[in-house]
Design a protein around this ligand. Structure first.
Ligand code: IPE
Ligand code: IPE
Ligand code: MG
Length: 241
């Protein structure tokens, strides 16, 4: 089942730590279970032929966490790329990464770059993993890139929509549907520019427990949302004529 109007879904995969703590386990075990949920949801999105999916894996603010937890998160990412690279390619899934890679451990950067290369020709679902990503940083970076271009050409202008897409990390279409698990109702600096007209869904389910069935239920609810995008609903439009 796939609502035809969905191009881009963004997931804030939250609740890993609390999931583990509630079970008397170390937070890193929650991230491990979260990685398995990521694998399941990536495959489910591919089976449902959803075109673009972004996953918030590590934010520019997550550096505030203990070094041990940060190390565990990067090790799991490396493990995901290494273990899943072949499956992703055989499922025709293309991998992109958004964020400032330069601060990531060398091994994480190398394996992520390999995964991007090996899946570059895939034409099915595009999976955009956001690592050391922050929406404010992405917009500030875009401003700096544009300012440099204006300086070079000697002309000042405001970027149009397609120029702006080029200035952002991934150039993906705007987000139609944002799903945050873990019970909190905020966007935590995720895809701020791209979420201008996203439908927002907040689930109390912790990310490690989020299932393809939960995704289907949200997709069904999404279909009933009246996305006016600043215009009028069909009913109001025909009444006004
Ligand atoms: C989200 O889960 C994963 C990352 C931020 C990397 P959390 O680790 O934030 O889990 P909670 O919110 O503490 O439960
Ligand atoms: C958002 O979750 C970041 C990721 C899921 C990677 P956080 O747990 O970091 O967000 P806050 O601190 O609750 O806003
Ligand atoms: Mg959290």
């Amino acid at each position: 089942m796939k609502p035809e109007s969905i191009q881009h879904i963004a997931f804030i995969m939250d609740g890993n730590g609390r999931w583990a703590t509630a079970r008397g386990m170390d937070r890193s075990k929650g991230h491990r279970a979260g990685m398995e949920a990521l694998e399941r949801i990536v495959m489910a999105c591919s089976e449902r032929k959803l075109p673009y999916i972004s996953f918030y894996a590590f934010s520019t603010e997550n550096w505030k966490r203990p070094a041990r937890e940060i190390r565990a998160i990067f090790l799991l990412m490396e493990y995901f790329f290494r273990r899943r690279m072949k499956d992703l390619a055989s499922q025709n899934i293309r991998i992109l990464i958004s964020g400032d890679w330069s601060a990531l451990p060398t091994r994480s950067r190398e394996i992520a770059a390999r995964c991007i290369r090996e899946t570059a020709q895939c034409t099915g679902t595009t999976v955009n993993l956001c690592m050391n990503y922050g929406g404010q940083m992405e917009i500030r970076r875009a401003c700096a890139l544009w300012a440099a271009r204006c300086q070079q050409s000697g002309e000042f202008s405001i970027p149009d929509e397609s120029e702006m897409q080029e200035l952002l990390y991934s150039g993906l279409p705007d987000v139609d549907l944002m799903i945050r698990t873990g019970g909190d109702h905020r966007v935590s600096n995720f895809l701020l520019y791209q979420m201008a007209y996203a439908e927002l869904f907040f689930s109390d389910i912790a990310w490690p427990d989020f299932s393809p069935g939960d995704l289907d239920s949200i997709l069904q609810q999404f279909e009933n949302r009246d996305r006016r995008l600043g215009g009028l609903s069909l009913a109001a439009q025909s009444a006004a004529q």
